[in-house]
Structures are given as C-alpha cells and as structure tokens.
Design a protein around this ligand. Structure first.
Ligand code: HEM
Length: 183
C-alpha cells in the first residue's frame, strides 16, 4: 500500500499548487483569466481537501503509529501535512462563505497570505515525503535556511504560539466589529 500513499499524495499537492496559482491570478490580475480563476477556485479547493484527507487516512492505515512517531522525519512530514490541510480548509471555508467578495479590496490579502503560507507548508510536506523515500531535493536546504532541520522535530517556540493566539483573537475582534458596523 506504500504506492497508494505515493499515488494519492499527488492529488492534494497538485490541487494546492493550482489553488495557490488561481488565488494569485484572481487577486492580482484582471480580465477573463482572473474571472475564471475566481469562479473555479472553490471546486479545486474542495478536491484538494478531499485528496488530502485520502492521503492522510491511507498514511495512517499503512504505517503503524509507533513507527510514525519514532522518526523525527516522519513526525515533521505528518505535522506539515496537517498544517497544509488546516490552512487550505480555512481558505475553502472563506471562499465558500464569501464567494467573489473574498477577492474584494484588502480582503484579497487574507487569501494571498494564507495561500503563500499553505504553499510553504505543502511544499515542506512533499519534500519531507521525498526525504522519507530517499529522494531529497534542494528544497530541504531552503527549509534549513529558515531554521528547520529536517532530521530534528520541528517545533514552534512558545512566543510564536502566543503571537499566533493574539493574532487570532485580534482577527476575531476586528471581524465582530466589522459585522456590527455592517448591520
Ligand atoms: C496531505 C498529506 C500528505 C501528503 C501530501 C504526503 C506526501 C507524501 C509524498 C509526496 C511522499 C513521497 C512518496 C514517494 O515518492 O514514494 C510521501 C511519503 C511518505 N508519507 Fe506522506 N503525505 C501526506 C500525509 C502523510 C501521513 C498522514 C503519513 C503518516 C501517517 C505519511 C507518511 C508517509 C511515509 C511513512 C512516507 C514514506 C513512504 C515510503 O517509505 O515508501 N504521509 N508522502
């Protein structure tokens, strides 16, 4: 079943790469191509999330949990897979709820920042998958430049988590205020 994971993992990676490109085109270009990118984004995002769920489920079915958790490389791979899924699920909900309005004005930056962050995460997940099968790439060195050593468990310092929580609370407050002003 190893081959099934390798085969299925192409779906989220391919759809996430396409969705990231469509978000950039939809956010920064005008004309027919941008319109098509915005209109077709939601189905691509839904397929990407379904593909990721399939790759993750098969991953947990194929390899025993003890083996996954013993190797820092596998732990990092799984961590990046879940971060990618989380970020692209968030983008999917945003685009689903807001539709074309998600691209209006400064709102587009939320999509762009999330998509670029998600892009970094799924590239890392794929790179670490390659490492696991003995096919490392130059992208591992890019991760190294950012302070992520692929053979050591990735971690976020406590202050980063605190900043992320504060950004989350701040965003919720801004959103609630915006909703009250609109009604
Ligand atoms: C979005 C989710 C995921 C993506 C995109 C992904 C991607 C990949 C890729 C591209 C490879 C290299 C495959 C090859 O070239 O043969 C790989 C290998 C691997 N993945 Fe994942 N993966 C995901 C989730 C998971 C999960 C959840 C687990 C474990 C529970 C896992 C465990 C592994 C292992 C152990 C390998 C090495 C396979 C081998 O030694 O043959 N992956 N993954």
């Amino acid at each position: 079943m190893n081959g099934t994971h390798a085969m299925l993992s192409h779906f989220p990676v391919g759809f996430w790469a396409l969705a990231t490109l469509m978000i950039l085109v939809g956010a920064f270009l005008s004309g027919r191509l941008a319109e098509i990118s915005r209109a077709a984004l939601l189905p691509v995002l839904i397929l990407s999330v379904l593909g990721a769920l399939a790759a993750i489920i098969i991953g947990f079915l194929v390899w025993p949990m003890e083996a996954n958790l013993t190797s820092p490389l596998a732990r990092n791979h799984i961590l990046m897979a879940f971060w990618s899924l989380g970020i692209f699920s968030m983008i999917t909900v945003l685009v689903w709820k807001a539709g074309d309005a998600a691209f209006e004005g400064n709102r587009r930056w939320v999509l762009v920042i999330l998509a670029l962050t998600g892009g970094l995460m799924f590239s890392s997940a794929g790179t670490l998958g390659g490492h696991l099968v003995g096919a490392s790439t130059a992208f591992s060195d890019v991760l190294g430049l950012m302070g992520w050593e692929v053979y050591t468990t990735f971690y976020s310092p406590l202050w980063v988590i605190a900043v992320m929580v504060l950004i989350g609370i701040g965003s919720a407050v801004v959103g609630l205020k915006g909703r009250r002003t609109a009604t």
